[in-house]
Design a protein around this ligand. Structure first.
Ligand code: BGC
Length: 262
């Protein structure tokens, strides 16, 4: 079975067929800019444009930058409000004519890191944190995902954490690496106090620049950079779609397979 993974990000919609056994892309990925405003209809068009570049796939895994419960998108912090309560998995399945599994972007990236990357063979509680347009989080206990955690919206010093420490804010405010490391430390130490994870895996755009600010982080929990970088969302979405296709026993929590027309 061939599975297409598609990642809806703040600046781009990217996709490729995925080897779900090795956790690798089977073809060069194709990217289109995320439409602005990122409303349901225009993002559907962008996803369909990416999907038409590939053929011969059986099902599709798609990431979404918000809460997804039973294929319905519940929040829209960094996309258009038309996504709130949209039956998105069904709409994608009808548009693409294939079964679709839809899940939160950080959950997908974390699933890929846990299966193939920085979180492989790690037991206990580990947390994926994506620092990009927003802050995405995913929690795994002994490799099992607790979906839709949304800890990027914790309140820190009276502010939504993603307005303090996302990569978008670092760029917009032209923060030095020292200042940014201080903010990320402030955020991670708050999470550390609440949850005591064994490991933080940092992904998102800024993970490529880990050497610039990781040495400046002041927290007790070990921190590692995501290893799958830009492809974690695509790979995690495809792995989740495969688990969904395997049926209830192998189904990814929080994501449902939706068959076209159903
Ligand atoms: C959203 C999360 C998402 C994160 C990264 C946040 O604003 O609430 O659901 O995972 O951004 O895209």
């Amino acid at each position: 079975m061939t599975i297409l993974g598609i990642d809806i990000g703040g600046s781009g919609v990217k996709g490729a067929p995925v080897d779900t056994v090795r956790g690798e892309l089977l073809d060069e990925r194709f990217r289109v800019p995320t439409p602005q405003p990122a409303d349901v209809d225009s993002v559907m068009d962008a996803v369909a444009e990416v999907a038409t570049k590939f053929d011969g796939y059986d099902s599709v895994g798609i990431t979404f930058p918000g809460v997804v419960v039973d294929g319905v998108t519940r929040t829209a912090a960094n996309v258009h409000k038309s996504w709130i309560d949209a039956p998105a998995a069904r709409l994608f399945a009808e548009r693409l004519g294939k079964p679709v599994t839809l899940l939160n972007d950080a959950d997908a990236a974390g699933a890929a890191e846990v299966a193939f990357g920085a979180g492989r063979d790690q037991s206990g509680l580990i947390m994926m944190v994506t620092l990009g347009t927003g802050i995405g989080t995913a929690l795994f206990m002994d490799g099992v995902l607790l979906p839709n955690t949304e800890l990027g919206h914790l309140e820190i010093d009276g502010k939504d954490a993603e307005l303090l420490a996302s990569d978008r804010v670092r760029e917009a405010d032209d923060l030095s690496w020292e200042k940014y490391a201080h903010r990320v430390s402030r955020y991670l130490s708050h999470v550390e106090m609440l949850l005591s994870p064994r490991l933080f895996i940092i992904g998102g755009g800024v993970s490529k620049k880990a050497d610039k600010y990781f040495p400046l982080l002041q927290i007790r929990t070990p921190v590692v950079a995501a290893t799958l970088l830009n492809n974690a969302g695509i790979i995690g979405a495809a792995v989740s779609a495969e688990q969904a296709a395997a049926g209830p026993g192998g189904q990814h929590p929080g994501a449902i397979p939706v068959h076209a027309g159903s």
